[in-house]
Design a protein around this ligand. Sequence first.
Ligand code: ATP
Ligand code: MG
Length: 174
Amino acid sequence: MHGLIIIHTGPGKGKTTAAMGTGLRAVGAGLRVLMLQFIKGSWHYGELDGVAAFGERFVIRQMGRGFVKIGAEKPDPEDVRLVAEAWAAAQQEMESGNWDLVILDEINYAISYHMLDPEPVAAWLRQKPEGLHVILTGRNAHPTLVELADTVTEMREVKHAYQKGIQAQRGIEY
Ligand code: ATP
Ligand code: MG
């Protein structure tokens, strides 16, 4: 098996949910799937209950506290600490041999807000276990990661309901 490095980035909707769609396909093919959600933690996303039925074959874990102040000059040290912890956990899980596909949800966002250095992530990915598939999601994927990835998709925003003032809908946005 040739483990792929895949990136879902760009401003349009669909990055995280496309990764979960791949997770669903992977589970059906007998692969074991782990999604680690960087940043996320406060909202209860539908997918957490959705994958519960798969037991240990498809696991989603939230590693953040849910919101990060954007536009602030420097990220909150508590968020930086949680991101560092999430990356440490990610490496451990990816090296464990317990998973065939690991999704690092919003890791690109954490890197773009300077909460995580892209270099160690790139270095780890260059020497990842051969058969392991990794998906990295989030806006503003770092050029170094884009360069080393096998497949990169940029979601382009044509329009979004939010712009009409329509609130986030349960089951669709979260
Ligand atoms: P999804 O989780 O629906 O696949 P995403 O991962 O592409 O979306 P994120 O940047 O992670 O998008 O944003 C997370 C949340 O913001 C989701 O609830 C998503 O529906 C919503 N969202 C995505 N794109 C936009 C947008 N252009 N404007 C407003 N909200 C958006
Ligand atoms: Mg997302």
